[in-house]
Ligand binder design. Structure first.
Ligand code: NAD
Length: 437
């Protein structure tokens, strides 16, 4: 039996042991899914507090239920900070962060360190899959040589593939199991191994010609969103000058049953993916003497939105007869997206900081984030104000940044003096003054 056949058989009869490196928003759901589908799974992370929580059956990601974790870790899952245990695994899936550096350059240090760790423990008949979002060429240029430096050969001794993650936290219709999974291999046998692995837990696997196609497909998906969001953000500014409500325009346009997909304006991009990933491609494009102008332009427009919203807020406060200096403002929502507790790259931080720069006294309210966490870039040192009409009435302005369901109750705004709504969730007559921005 060849090495590939042995691996395929182990996957098919569920004796393969799966290792997941990086137990965050992407890695943790994968641990659970592999375990629930009958695999022995070990999660690896450098953050010992996550490992300890999982070992106690606790969750640290709100939308991932504690019961699922407790059950999985009672049965076949475990978590560790001991990377020597990678040798136990037949398949290793890498889900570590891929942030941007200070000059918007890809920061591959997590991928590189992880690959070097795997290389030290690499053995025959292992499949390595990268899931972290990155520029085309990463798997072949960064992972392959580091892994082959072990002396083992890809395609005969071990297998290497890329498969992008498409998680949509908080989405009730789509989860890891029913979102189709694109897979590209370094060679035909690597593709076969990765297809078999994911085919055993995911409803539909989409094999593609190479790791580069798989890497690029993920970027295209995120660039598509970034560019379209930038387009409506720009149109919001244009229509606003013309006295036209962009939200009414979108509602009308989206009645077209073909050839149109609605995107909505907002106070700026947030999350781990859309504000960051497109720049992985612009960086790589330069190596080939080419430009990705749409991505740069979309980035420019989207990053200017927090300032636009604060200009409009300042204006509205001035019109109410107050100065922005000393005005009290309540920002609604710290997470970047509705009804989740993920605050990574959230534009709310910039909104708060810009208001403070202008002299306003700022508080925030977010039922999902009772205490503002210290992040890499921000440290607000604040706790959430209560989500009540009495509280909202205390401020000179309430600025809606996130469309949490809890903020859609119009009664909350009945005594509010001024509401700046960047999400179109409050009717115009819900407060004394409502401004869309
Ligand atoms: N969050 C999403 O919705 C989403 C969607 C699609 C793709 N992605 C991509 O998936 C990747 C992971 O994103 P995430 O949201 O899960 O990030 P995350 O920050 O939630 O989790 C990453 C985990 O990796 C751990 N880690 C860091 N360095 C490590 C190392 N050297 N060894 C082991 N563990 C290490 C961290 O402690 C953390 O627990 C990124 O490339 C991201 O772009 C994320």
């Amino acid at each position: 039996m060849t090495t590939l056949q042995e691996l395929l058989e182990a996957i098919e009869n569920r004796t393969a042991h799966v290792g997941i490196i990086g137990l965050g928003y992407v890695g943790l759901p994968l641990v659970l899914l592999f375990e629930e589908q009958g695999f022995k799974v070990t999660g690896f992370d450098v953050d010992s507090s996550k490992v300890e929580k999982l070992s106690r059956g606790e969750s640290y990601i709100r939308h991932i239920g504690v019961e699922r974790i407790a059950e999985a870790f009672k049965r076949r899952a475990d978590a560790t900070v001991d990377f020597n245990r990678l040798t136990e695994c037949d398949a290793i899936v890498i889900c570590v962060p891929t942030p941007l550096g200070t000059h918007r350059e890809p920061d591959l240090k997590y991928i590189r360190v992880t690959t070097e760790t795997i290389a030290r423990h690499l053995r025959k008949r292992q499949l390595i899959v990268l899931e972290s979002t990155t520029y085309p060429g990463t798997t072949r240029e960064e992972l392959l040589p580091r892994l082959e430096a072990s002396g083992l050969k890809c395609g005969t001794d071990f297998f290497l593939a890329f498969s992008p993650e498409r998680e949509d936290p908080g989405n009730e219709s789509f989860n890891t199991r029913n979102i189709p999974k694109v897979v590209g291999g370094i060679d035909a046998d690597s593709l076969k191994a990765a297809e078999t692995l994911y085919g055993s837990i995911i409803e539909r696997v989409v094999p593609v010609a190479s790791t580069e196609v798989a890497e690029s497909a993920k970027l295209l998906e995120n660039i598509f969103r970034s560019v379209n969001i930038a387009l409506v953000n720009e149109l919001k500014v244009v229509f606003d000058r013309m006295g036209i409500d962009v939200w009414q325009v979108i509602e009308a346009a989206k009645t077209k049953p073909f050839g149109f997909m609605p995107f909505y304006p907002g106070p700026g991009l947030g999350g781990h993916c859309i504000p960051l990933d497109p720049f992985y491609l612009t960086w790589k494009a330069a190596e080939y003497g080419t430009w990705a102008r749409f991505i740069e332009l979309a980035g420019e427009i989207n990053t200017s939105m927090p300032r636009y919203v604060i200009d409009r807020t300042t204006d509205a406060i001035n019109r109410s007869g107050k100065s922005i200096v000393g005005a009290t403002v309540l920002v609604l929502g710290l997470s970047y997206k509705a009804d989740i507790d993920d605050d990574r790259e959230s534009p709310s931080f910039e909104l708060i900081e810009l208001l403070q720069e202008r002299g306003a006294k700022v508080s925030y309210c977010d039922p999902f984030i009772p205490v503002a966490k210290r992040g890499r870039k921000h440290d607000l040192g604040m706790t959430s104000a209560p989500c009540t009409a009495e509280e909202f009435a205390k401020y000179d302005a309430v600025l809606i940044a996130t469309q949490h369901s809890a903020f859609k109750d119009r009664a909350l705004y009945k005594n509010a003096k001024l509401v700046i709504d960047t999400r179109n969730i409050v009717p115009s007559d819900a407060a004394a003054v409502v401004v869309r921005a």
